[in-house]
Write a protein that binds this ligand. Structure first.
Ligand SMILES: [Zn+2]
Length: 479
C-alpha cells in the first residue's frame, strides 16, 4: 500500500484491516521475501530497541547475565525431552543439507533454546556452589508459521529467553515468579499495557513445563494477547540433559530449571492496545520520537523558522527528550501533521513565523484537542511533564477499556456474550474436553488463572461441575 494513500480503515469497521494497514503505513515493518517473514523497518526497530534496553536493564539488575548460544541445534537434542519435541515438531525448520552435501544429522533452526542451553548447563554446573545459574539470551528464533501476521505471528521473531538452574523447587519457583513480575512491570510501566498476570491451565502449558505463567493484555478489539511467559520446568530438562549438582551432603541431585521469554510481538501489543482510527498512539517510553517539531512556512519563511526549530530541538534533546524536526521542504504542514499522527508521536510542536514573532510554539498531543501556545524559553520544561502525563493517560485509558470489557459471569449465555467483545471471569471445572468444547463454541480459551483474583468457589460455566481452581479464570478470544 502506498504511503500517500491517507488514512486507515476505522477500527470499528474492521480491526484486522486497521492493524494490517497501520503497521505498513506507519513504516514499522515490511514483508520479507519468504512467506511469514518480516522486515522490521527503522521506526519499528527503534520501538523494539527501547523496549529491549529497558528489559535488559531490569534483567541485569535482578542478577542475570547475558550469553549467546548457537542458532543451529542437533535434532537429537530436541528428541531428548518427549513433550518438548512433540510440542514444537509442527513448527520446526530443519537444515538437511550444508556444505554441498547431506548432513549426517539434521539440524534444527532454534525455536527456543532450552535444549542447547541445558546441554551447556550440564557442563558448567557441578556443585551447589554453581547455583543458581541465571542466564539470558537476546536472539532470533524460528517457528514455521502457516497463518502469519506482522509482529504478532511471524516465522522468525526477536526475543529474550531467560534460562536458569536452581538447587530446588522453591528457588526455581521464586525465579519463575520474579520473571513474571518483571514482565508485568515492563508491560505496565513501559508499554502502558495493564496486563493480567496468572498461571496457564494445563492445556495451555509450554511443552515440557511443569507450570506456565503468563501476562495477558487486552487489545482494543477485546481479544487477549499473551505478552510474556514464564515456565517452571521441574527437573524435566535437567533429567533429559543431565544437569546435576553435588549437594553439600555430597549427594548428586538434579537441578530445577526455569525459562521465560518476551518477544517483538510486544510491539504488536502496543499498536493494538493504544492505536486509534488515526493510526498509532505510542507511549512516550517507547516512542522513537517523543516530540516532533514542524516548522511552518516555505522559502524565506522556512529560512526564518528552521534555525530556531533546530535550536529548540537541541535544547529538548539536552533534557533527554527524543526530538525530531520535520523540515521536509516538499510536504505541506497538513500532510506532516497527519503523518506524525499516523506514526503515533506523543507531542507535536508547531513553529511558524507568527509564533516566532510572539516567542512561542504551539503544542498539541496525539490524543488531545486543540493547541496550546508555550513560550520558546519554557518549552523544554513544559514538554517533560506533558510526556509523563501522556504515558499515565495511556495506562489509565487502557485500564478503563479492559475493565469495561471484562464481565463476571455465571451463566453460559452471559459467557458467550462477554467473550464476543472482551473477557469473561468465570469458574471452570478444569477438564480439557470442557475447555475444548468452550473453544469450539465461542473461540474463547482460558487465558489465565489470575494471580491476584480473590479465592472463590462455584460451578463450571459450561458443564456445571465444581470449579477446579479455587478462583475465577480469565477467558477470552486470543491472538
Ligand atoms: Zn466444565
Amino acid at each position: 500500500m502506498a504511503r500517500d494513500e491517507r488514512g486507515v480503515t476505522p477500527q470499528s469497521e474492521n480491526f484486522s484491516d486497521w492493524y494490517n494497514e497501520v503497521v505498513f503505513k506507519a513504516e514499522l515493518v515490511d514483508r520479507g521475501p519468504v512467506r511469514g517473514t518480516m522486515v522490521i523497518r527503522p521506526y519499528g526497530y527503534r520501538i523494539w530497541e527501547l523496549l529491549q534496553a529497558d528489559m535488559d536493564r531490569r534483567i541485569k539488575e535482578t542478577g542475570h547475565v547475558n550469553a549467546y548460544f548457537p542458532l543451529l541445534i542437533p535434532e537429537s537434542y530436541l528428541q531428548r525431552e518427549a513433550e518438548h519435541v512433540e510440542g514444537f515438531a509442527p513448527e520446526l525448520a530443519v537444515v538437511t543439507h550444508a556444505g554441498g552435501k547431506q548432513l549426517e544429522e539434521p539440524l534444527i533452526v532454534r525455536p527456543t533454546s532450552e535444549t542447547v542451553i541445558g546441554e551447556m548447563m550440564s557442563k558448567w554446573i557441578s556443585s551447589y556452589r554453581d547455583l543458581p545459574m541465571l542466564l539470558n539470551q537476546w536472539a532470533n528464533v524460528v517457528r514455521w508459521e502457516l497463518r502469519p501476521r506482522m509482529l504478532l505471528r511471524t516465522t522468525e521473531f526477536l526475543w529474550q529467553e531467560g534460562h536458569t538452574a536452581h538447587a530446588d523447587e522453591d528457588d526455581a519457583m521464586r525465579e519463575t515468579m520474579l520473571a513474571l513480575d518483571l514482565y508485568a512491570r515492563v508491560a505496565r510501566e513501559v508499554a502502558a499495557m495493564p496486563v493480567v498476570a496468572g498461571e496457564k491451565t494445563p492445556g495451555e502449558r509450554f511443552p515440557g513445563a511443569r507450570r506456565t505463567y503468563t501476562v495477558e493484555g487486552m487489545m482494543r478489539d477485546g481479544r487477549a494477547l499473551q505478552s510474556g511467559t514464564s515456565h517452571y520446568m521441574g527437573t524435566n530438562f535437567a533429567e533429559a540433559f543431565g544437569i546435576q549438582y553435588a549437594a553439600e551432603s555430597g549427594e548428586l541431585e538434579y537441578c530445577h530449571t526455569s525459562s521465560w521469554g518476551m518477544s517483538s510481538r510486544m510491539v504488536g501489543g502496543v499498536i493494538m492496545t493504544h492505536g486509534d482510527d488515526k493510526g498509532l498512539v505510542l507511549p512516550p517510553a517507547l516512542a522513537p520520537y517523543q516530540v516532533v517539531i514542524v516548522p511552518i512556512g516555505r522559502g524565506d519563511q522556512a529560512a526564518e523558522v528552521i534555525p530556531p526549530a533546530l535550536e529548540l530541538a537541541d535544547r529538548l534533546r539536552q533534557t533527554g527528550v527524543r526530538t525530531h524536526v520535520d523540515d521536509r521542504e516538499h510536504l505541506s504542514p497538513g500532510f506532516k501533521f497527519n503523518d506524525w499522527e499516523m506514526r503515533g508521536v506523543p507531542v507535536r510542536l508547531e513553529l511558524g513565523p507568527r509564533d516566532l514573532a510572539a516567542g512561542s510554539v504551539l503544542m498539541s498531543t496525539r490524543l488531545g484537542q486543540g493547541k496550546t501556545p508555550v513560550s520558546l524559553g519554557e518549552a523544554p520544561s513544559r514538554v517533560g511533564p506533558e510526556l509523563t502525563a501522556f504515558q499515565d493517560l495511556l495506562l489509565r485509558r487502557a485500564t478503563e477499556f479492559r475493565d469495561s470489557h471484562t464481565a463476571v459471569v455465571d451463566t453460559w449465555e452471559d459467557f458467550a456474550e462477554a467473550v464476543k467483545t472482551g473477557w469473561a471471569l468465570a469458574f471452570h471445572c478444569g477438564r480439557q474436553d470442557c475447555e475444548d468444547d468452550i473453544k469450539a463454541a465461542t473461540s474463547a480459551t482460558p487465558r489465565c488463572i489470575p494471580a491476584d483474583g480473590p479465592p472463590e468457589h462455584g460451578l463450571c460455566v459450561r458443564c456445571g461441575l465444581p470449579s477446579a481452581y479455587g478462583k475465577r479464570l480469565v477467558f477470552g478470544r486470543a491472538y
